[in-house]
Design a binder for this molecule. Structure first.
Ligand code: NAD
Length: 355
């Protein structure tokens, strides 16, 4: 047992939050004897400044040769005037393409101690523990498109939604496998009352479910799912959906959780997978040492679970985060009267001490 991880801090608060996650990984490594090794690589604006490209070949090659990638965040006003093809955010698209990242997993779990931070009533969010599995490299975002054409003197544009059976099977299989590690319930979300691609999606998911006997499968139209996430989010375990619907639903679900700094994500690839918090580089607080590191720390836990299959170590991190929150540690984004104010380092220490 020995694993190699590529670490990409990126820009803004990226270095601060990634340093925290590495400290936590070192702590679990010491406890569980994982024998982790690390390669630190540049991407985003930092890489553009050094090498003239947001995604150096060396970074991509290091990712490909790793068991998993931990990514901070990229971007910032400093690079606003850089030509679009070289902007920091292009590093993310390059990594998606280069690593074949076909699925995005976003867990939303609301700790009991944080129910008051959700815009929904505490009673509605208590016990929320769901994962959105979004298809990431197909559907309308990647179909043929036309920016502008003339029809009888009228300008129009169009985008083509397009899914194949193997594409749907691949993402549905991941959703069923994810549900096996959890409460065994999958909700497939589509718009099968209107869209042909959704009808193919629903047929394919239903057929695949026959080989997952222990899993309970349900279907929801996307408009109903958007409503149910606000009305009764505790009903969901795993939600699986296409690229466009997943983009919208995963942001809605993240808000249910209350704080952007707390949310991890995984982008699953055909070989190497990438793990990152859902937030950006937060230039407004970069360098102040006050960023909430929990989204990145929980992303590291996902790396242990999904790429290294080290479930016990992943749970140890998640439990330590819950405990640090329970005893009252709060970074400034979450701080309220009566709690213990902690900067990035203090929160990291509070979590490490509980592993
Ligand atoms: P953002 O997520 O960086 O920040 C939004 C707000 O949330 C800010 O007030 C910020 O201070 C706060 N915030 C975010 N993460 C936090 C944390 N860990 N702790 C405490 N507060 C936190 O979004 P933005 O301001 O729209 O974007 C800033 C830059 O990040 C832009 O250049 C954008 O393109 C980029 N971005 C990158 C990614 C990525 O790397 N995956 C994702 C989104 C945005």
């Amino acid at each position: 047992m020995a694993y190699h991880i590529t670490i990409i801090p990126g820009d803004g608060i990226g270095k601060e939050i990634v340093d925290s996650a590495v400290a936590v990984l070192k702590k679990v490594d010491g406890k569980f004897g994982l024998r982790l090794s690390y390669a630190f690589k540049d991407a985003g604006g930092t890489a553009y400044d050094k090498f003239g490209t947001p995604l150096p070949t060396d970074t991509l090659e290091s990712c490909k040769a790793s068991d998993g990638v931990l990514f901070g965040a990229v971007g910032g006003g400093k690079w606003d005037s850089v030509e679009p093809a070289l902007r920091p955010e292009r590093a993310i698209l390059g990594l998606r393409k280069g690593l074949g990242l076909y699925a995005n997993l976003r867990p939303v779990k609301v700790a009991d101690s944080l129910t008051g931070y959700s815009p929904l009533k505490p009673d509605l969010v208590r016990g929320v523990d769901l994962v959105i599995v979004r298809e990431l490299i197909g559907g309308i975002y990647f179909g043929d498109k036309c920016e502008s054409e003339q029809h009888d003197g009228v300008e129009r544009a169009w985008d083509l939604e397009n899914y194949s059976v193997p594409e749907v099977e691949r993402i549905a299989r991941l959703a069923f496998e994810t549900a096996k590690l959890r409460r065994g319930k999958v909700t497939s979300v589509d718009k099968a009352n209107v869209l042909a691609t959704s009808r193919l999606w629903r047929r394919t998911v239903t057929k695949l479910a026959e080989s997952y006997k222990g899993i309970e499968l349900g279907h929801l139209y996307v408009d109903n799912c958007a409503m149910q996430l606000a009305v009764r989010p505790t009903q969901f375990d795993v939600i699986v959906t296409g690229n466009l619907f997943g983009d919208i639903l995963s942001d809605e679900a993240a808000v249910v959780g209350g704080s952007i700094g707390m949310m991890p994500s995984a982008s699953i690839g055909t070989s190497t997978s990438l793990y990152e918090p859902i937030h950006g580089s937060a230039p407004d607080i970069a360098g102040k040492g006050i960023a909430n590191p929990i989204g990145t720390i929980l992303s590291a836990a996902m790396l242990l679970r999904y790429s290294l299959h080290e479930e016990e170590a992943a749970r140890a991190i998640e439990t330590a985060v819950d405990k640090a929150l329970e005893v009252g540690f709060r970074t400034p984004d979450l701080w309220r009267e009566g709690f213990q104010k902690a900067n990035t380092d203090e929160m990291t220490k509070a979590i490490c001490e509980r592993i």
